[in-house]
Ligand binder design. Structure first.
Ligand SMILES: [Cu+2]
Length: 172
């Protein structure tokens, strides 16, 4: 007899009360990837970032290549680099993010993050922001994070691969 869902869920202890499980949509009882302390930056402008700690609970690397969100018309995986003039520039990760087997990948202001652009409406403090993380094998993990007020993340955004022609301020 197959275990009931409640029994099966008990095999996967929740990492902490503040964690959001990134549930693989086709296999909800197996949290092979979790986002610990995930949050989105509340923003009135056209773009914002999502942060937290991605934790891979499997023994294989997880290669994330894309993020999607119903609240944004455009999304990218971003890294942050020095702009050579004392500031920080955000750029699209050229090969996504790899969350190592049994390890973590940190998403934080001033570092790697999920970028939501062309927001379809503002993201306000307390809003629930739905996300879908997509792996290189088309695995999809869904998670919802809560928006927080945050005044940091003053990086600038440099679209494209370093031509530097246009930069857009992230923070208001
Ligand atoms: Cu960014």
């Amino acid at each position: 007899m197959a275990p009931r869902p409640t029994e099966r869920a008990a095999w996967w202890p929740h990492p902490s009360s503040s964690s959001d499980t990134v549930a693989e949509s086709s296999h909800l009882a197996s949290p092979d990837l979790v986002l610990v302390d995930g949050w989105a930056k509340a923003a009135d402008g056209p773009m914002t970032g999502v942060f937290g700690t991605l934790r891979n609970q499997t023994d294989e690397d997880i290669h994330l290549v894309r993020v999607e969100s119903a609240v944004a018309a455009r999304t990218e995986l971003h890294i942050t680099v020095d702009d050579g003039a004392g500031g920080r520039l955000m750029q699209e990760a050229q090969d996504g993010f790899v969350v190592p087997a049994g390890g973590e990948h940190l998403l934080q202001p001033g570092g790697d993050h999920l970028m939501l652009m062309e927001l379809t409406g503002g993201v306000r403090t307390g809003d629930q922001v739905p996300l879908v993380l997509v792996g290189d094998d088309d695995h999809r993990w869904t998670v919802t994070v809560t928006a927080r007020a945050f005044s940091g993340a003053e990086e600038h955004y440099s679209p494209g691969d370093g031509d530097g022609a246009t930069t857009t301020s992230l923070a208001p």
